[in-house]
Design a protein around this ligand. Structure first.
Ligand SMILES: Nc1nc2c(ncn2[C@@H]2O[C@H](COP(=O)(O)OP(=O)(O)OP(=O)(O)O)[C@@H](O)[C@H]2O)c(=O)[nH]1
Ligand SMILES: [Mg+2]
Length: 331
């Protein structure tokens, strides 16, 4: 919370906050769980902004060096200086790549991780969802093919925001509407961060069409009637095995959250990628002994412009864009 304190101090001394910090403020207003709040406070407290400042000054130093060489020398730059220059930029790009490596996890934390419940019809998916929700959100019946639309339930799992998705049972069908529901189920299963696959303990059939991933949680359904009360089974009717399921889900996401990125917004990520692509051009130019030093400087300047936009130095269009998207104005 030290960073939050810093933000409060800034606010009290009436300093302005930058664009990335404004995004943090937007995230804080829509945060629903503790971990979302912490992530928002980090952004608002200037964690990304400080890193951008650090990167900015490295680029600026290199730009000054290159610019000086244009102004004051008719001769080529000595090889050892060029080598040092290229090494520094490679280190910088590596640092940026590391900061972006956990971007998807950070973005998912902001929006909630999606966990799809999939399986053949009648296996008990909607009943399990209702148990997780603590209320009847989905219709259940003994008729196979009850669920058509995807039904969502959000849960705060010790600070981790999880959205469980109930999907249509997967099978071959002649029914057009059920077929559309199955298509949606397969798409959602494909996009989900994690899947809970319910299977029939007597037949062990896996739902056709869903390609099993290594991190899928595969559970025997209806453990109350199958008498298989082991740790791989669950009953949405009695709640048997649900605690174990939730602790598995929590463990999986806590592990993913151990590598969380510095950026949590696509806008931030794409600007840093743009900055990196200019830096890659610079590195390639230097490595190939490119002689047009002015063009190298131009590429460096372009990398700095992209980077500066992350924190909003300063383009009124992007400020308005962030304000509109973060605060849901003008809708
Ligand atoms: N005994 C027992 N019955 C269950 C359990 N889960 C579901 N059922 C029953 O099985 C039937 C089907 O349950 P649903 O939850 O609708 O199954 P579903 O997988 O959502 O089915 P579709 O929406 O058709 O794909 C209902 O009659 C439920 O009451 C369970 O854990 N134990
Ligand atoms: Mg259902």
């Amino acid at each position: 919370m030290a960073e939050a304190g810093e933000f409060t101090r800034q606010a009290l001394t009436n300093q302005r906050i930058d664009l990335a910090q404004t995004e943090g403020l937007g995230d804080l207003l829509s945060a629903e769980t503790k971990m979302q709040q912490q992530q928002a406070l980090n952004l608002m407290g200037g964690r990304l902004s400080k890193k951008c400042e650090e990167w900015h000054s490295i680029i600026l130093n290199n730009l000054s060096m290159i610019t000086a060489s244009i102004d004051f020398s008719d001769e080529e730059l000595p090889d050892n200086i060029l080598e040092e220059f290229s090494t520094k930029l490679r280190d910088l790009v590596r640092d940026m790549e590391a900061a972006l490596s956990g971007h998807q996890t950070a973005e998912r934390l902001r929006n909630g991780f999606q966990v799809a419940i999939v399986g053949e019809p009648n296996i008990g998916k909607s009943t399990l969802l209702n148990f997780l929700a603590g209320r009847d959100v989905a219709l259940t019946s003994e008729i196979a093919g009850t669920t058509r639309d995807v039904i969502e339930v959000s849960v705060d799992l010790d600070g981790i925001p999880i959205t469980f998705l109930d999907t249509a049972g997967i099978r071959d069908t002649e029914d057009v509407i059920e077929g559309l529901g199955i298509e949606r189920a397969l798409t959602k299963a494909d996009q989900a961060d994690l899947r809970v696959v319910l299977v029939d303990p007597t037949s062990e059939r896996k739902p056709g069409g869903v390609t099993i991933r290594s991190d899928d949680i595969i559970l025997h359904a209806k453990s109350d009637i199958s008498n298989r009360g082991d740790s791989n089974s669950v009953s949405g009717l009695t709640g048997d095995g649900v605690d174990h399921l939730l602790s598995q889900v929590k463990f999986i996401f806590a592990d993913r959250l151990s590598n969380i990125g510095l950026t949590a917004h696509e806008r931030q990520r794409s600007l840093i990628i743009e900055c990196m692509s200019h830096l890659h051009n610079v590195i390639a130019m230097v490595d190939h002994n490119f002689e047009e030093v002015e063009l190298v400087a131009e590429e460096l300047r372009a990398s700095m412009i992209a980077l500066d936009e992350v924190v909003g130095k300063f383009n009124i269009e992007s400020v308005l864009g962030v304000i509109f998207s973060s605060f849901c104005l003008g809708k």
